[in-house]
Design a protein. Structure first.
Length: 248
């Protein structure tokens, strides 16, 4: 496996929180926090794929690499697919990591962990999850992974849902917005139309599952909560302020 390429898809037209990529957190746009976490992971070069000239200017001003795409993509992985010929025209990277642009709280070490399932040739896409916190089971903004444990801290994904599932007693798993694609798997994924379950749940990874692709997840100790709503943004700002005060 060659050194991965990390691409952060970012758009201005989020349905639940428009403009969130540039929402300030500790005085800087959220997308720059995500970029810094990706660079800190040091697993490979990092770029941003965006439909917004404004986001592109912010990334360029910070010294980052950016590709501007169309604004009509169904999901972030489709956006990355358009950007890839610009970002890696020679095909030097056989693993493409999609780090969603609303993950400013991601632990950089988690990106390396996301690569581990790809050591098994039958895995098309690798991702991350963690035990769900209290109250997250019923939160439709928290995507739940339903899977079969195949090794300690590793699951094979059977389904992803916003619903409180599976039924009954047992652990629930909070899916984390990172996808490590084999390059061939990404090419296959973006060639497919959005699938029925993808459209129903608004979850791009279901396109891969419906097409018979294999997704394995590494299980972390704790989930990094993405920023989907104004409440998520406020929670993250308060946590950042608390960290700043503790360092004084």
């Amino acid at each position: 496996m060659s050194r991965p390429l990390v691409v952060i898809p970012a758009r201005m037209g989020s349905s639940r929180l428009p403009g969130k990529a540039l929402a300030p957190i500790a005085g800087r746009p959220m997308i720059l926090h995500v970029l810094e976490k990706a660079l800190a992971a040091a697993i490979g070069p990092v770029a941003v794929a965006t439909d917004s000239d404004e986001i592109a200017r912010v990334i360029s001003a910070a010294g980052g690499r950016v590709a501007v795409t169309r604004d009509d993509h169904a999901c972030g992985s489709d956006r990355i697919g358009e950007a890839l010929p610009t970002l890696d025209p020679e095909g030097a990277h056989d693993v493409i990591v999609n780090l969603q642009g609303d993950q400013p709280d991601i632990d950089p070490a988690a990106l390396a962990a996301a690569l581990e399932p790809l050591a098994e040739p039958s895995v098309d896409i690798a991702t991350l999850a963690a035990p769900a916190a209290a109250g997250e089971r019923d939160d439709s903004n928290v995507v739940k992974l339903i899977g079969a444990e195949i090794a300690p801290r590793r699951m094979r994904a059977l389904y992803f849902t916003r619903a409180p599932a599976p039924h009954g007693e047992g652990p629930d798993y909070h899916h984390i917005g990172v996808y490590a694609f084999r390059r061939a798997a990404l090419a296959r994924f973006i060639a497919l139309p959005p699938s029925p379950l993808e459209l129903r749940e608004r979850l791009e990874q279901l396109r891969a599952l419906e097409a018979g692709m294999r997704i394995d997840a590494m299980i972390l100790d704790k989930a990094a909560r993405g920023v989907d709503t104004s409440a998520d943004l406020q929670r993250l700002r308060e946590a950042q302020d608390k960290d700043e005060r503790s360092r004084r």
